[in-house]
Design a protein around this ligand. Sequence first.
Ligand code: NAD
Length: 457
Amino acid sequence: MRDPWTGDVVAEVALADPEHVEQALHLAHQAAGDLRAVPAHRRAEALRQVSTALLERRDEVAATITRESGKPITWSRAEVHRASLTFRWAAEEALRWSGELQRLDSEPAGDGRLALHRRFARGPVLGITPFNFPVNLAAHKVAPALAVGAPIVLKPAPKTPLSALLLGEVVAGCDLPPGAFSVLTVEDAVAPDLVADPRLPVVSFTGSGPVGWAIRDAVPRKHVTLELGGNAGVLICPDWSSGADLRRAARRIATGANAQGGQSCISVQRVLVDRALYDAFVPMLVEEVERLVVGDPWAEETTVGPLIDRAAAERVGDWIAEAAAGGAEVLTGGRVSGTLVQPTVLVDAPAEARLCRDEAFGPVLTVAAVDGIDEGLRALDDSRFGLQAGVFTHDVRTAFRAHRELEVGGVIIGDIPTFRAEQMPYGGVKESGIGREGVRAAMEDYTESRLLVFSEV
Ligand code: NAD
């Protein structure tokens, strides 16, 4: 594995051989029974231990993320902090996880009957994660699985396995049965065998669309969650018009589009501005983008580091060139050198350009003017993806309307779509996926409701 910034070899990682894979699956299968017998207070305690240990080892884990992914170090630290919160939140949810009692005597047939619904783990979970948040996206699968007593086998991205292995080490140091959590470093070619294995009835995948949908097609009878990509948009409404409003939107969009090289599934990619505000807003946006510190991921002030590899940077460069050839004007950026892409703002990009249609996963955004809320919401929704959308407005009616009309997993009012808190339900519609993560949502996902009916006789 190579450091995306220096190109140096970071580490050589052993691949799990078929015997290791078999051992992990066998242990997970066995641990399902053992974990079920662990009371909630002990599961919560183990999750708290992981949360604390992550904070204690924050600098080491953050440095590992930066070394293997090129993520700016301050963002890596923030990621470890978030992962720690994810485990802390799961510890709390493990204690609340109980069930629901329902009266059945709403009709005569139910006289004297009561139903108890409880959710039980469906079985061991296969978690598959991408390179861009190698610790927190793993935490979003591991913590809820352990909270509901489901063993989990994690297959991390081959580009960033080191921090996932560190997470494995941290969890192994806590009070859980053997096999509760395993990390398997396998090549992509082996991953379909894991997906198909009947001992892993739940597959929780975060990554790109083509891989995710192929998994769904390969195992239609398994419980599959897909957290896939997007080309998130923001709309600046006519009422967001004061100088301070526009400056705030420009600053937030500059960060939301470019932080960690735009390699986030909810990175801002499309900006729609009401025509009355367009001329004032665009220069502010360019100014804020040019203010971002680009380059060395180890420097405390850097926001935009390298992309994961040269191929990724070259692809983003090709897409910028394609849009420019189709008539787009590059207002700033547009340069690619090695793994670094300068934050780029384009206007007048043709609708058919890949930068408008597909997921850029790079520090690039397009800006377009729209006339009024109707056209703005339509343009915001004009995407085959649907993760989150941002709407800058003070008007509560517009907020409710955006919530009603936009086909997305979440709408963020007064801010960019690049926002995720660990407890909130998070996920997409359309080509962005199926199901929701966020600690509580994933706990529901990994479990099935089972009914117990009491009859008074
Ligand atoms: P990727 O799809 O290339 O890889 C993701 C994971 O899938 C890796 O672990 C990879 O080894 C594995 N994989 C590859 N082929 C497989 C196969 N045939 N069967 C099973 N697993 C296989 O994605 P990436 O490049 O690592 O990550 C970037 C993508 O992830 C972007 O599209 C981004 O939007 C998406 N993402 C989504 C979210 C979300 O929550 N919605 C969060 C982060 C990233």
